[in-house]
Write a protein that binds this ligand. Structure first.
Ligand code: GLN
Length: 200
């Protein structure tokens, strides 16, 4: 089962994407909800706020321990910031917050990321950071001009963009496979209901 950290940020969209792949998920607000997870998503949102809530909810140490026991973690945007040297320090990357400017400088594009999908993947950047340095053990999945946008190690995946805010399932499929979870085969896209978060 894959967990989605449910303290703040874009939770429902990750759940929707895994649901479309028939990957079982659970939201995580409490430390005992980490039990038995093979993977955890730290979603996009606001990294300062998320970091405070991780301590308020006593989740910081339990997440580190679960990772040491083998739980893989994927951080999107603010989640990537939390995995870096400014947070959990679980991947050797340096990251610059809000590196594209303010909210109005948010944008979408599309790139080919051969390790993840044979077809170009839509990318959504929202007040995104830039990865500006990676350690020698970090694999770069996507480099754009003078910054790095997606990286991984055996236990960690970090993206500065939001695959959960696009109709593409490629990254969710990639992460589930990395966690050893089988996914239902499809063409990599689905009819995503963008209003699904309103149910909550
Ligand atoms: N700007 C946010 C931060 O620095 C990240 C934005 C996002 O997750 N989309 O935490």
């Amino acid at each position: 089962m894959i967990g989605v950290l449910d303290l703040q940020g874009g939770v429902q969209e990750h759940l929707d994407h895994f649901c479309a792949l028939n990957v079982p998920t659970r939201t995580v607000k409490l430390a005992n909800e980490l039990n038995g997870l093979v993977g955890l998503i730290i979603p996009g949102g606001e990294s300062t706020c998320l970091m405070r809530l991780l301590h308020v909810f006593n989740l910081f140490e339990p997440i580190l321990q679960a990772h040491q026991r083998g739980m893989k973690i994927w951080g999107t945007c603010a989640g990537a910031i939390l995995l870096s040297s400014s947070g959990f320090k679980l991947i050797d990357i340096k990251i610059k917050r809000n590196a594209f400017g303010g909210q109005l400088d948010s944008f979408s594009s599309e790139k080919l990321i051969p390790a993840v999908s044979p077809t170009p993947i839509p990318l959504t950047f929202i007040r995104a950071p830039k990865i500006i340095h990676v350690g020698s053990d970090v694999k770069v999945l996507l480099r754009i001009e003078n910054y790095i946008a997606a990286v991984e190690t055996s236990g960690i995946l970090a993206t500065i963009f939001h695959p959960e805010l696009t109709p593409s399932l490629a990254f969710h499929k990639y992460f589930a496979t990395k966690c050893g979870v089988s996914v239902s085969d499809n063409d990599g896209k689905f009819a995503w209901n963008r209003q699904s978060w309103m149910r909550h």
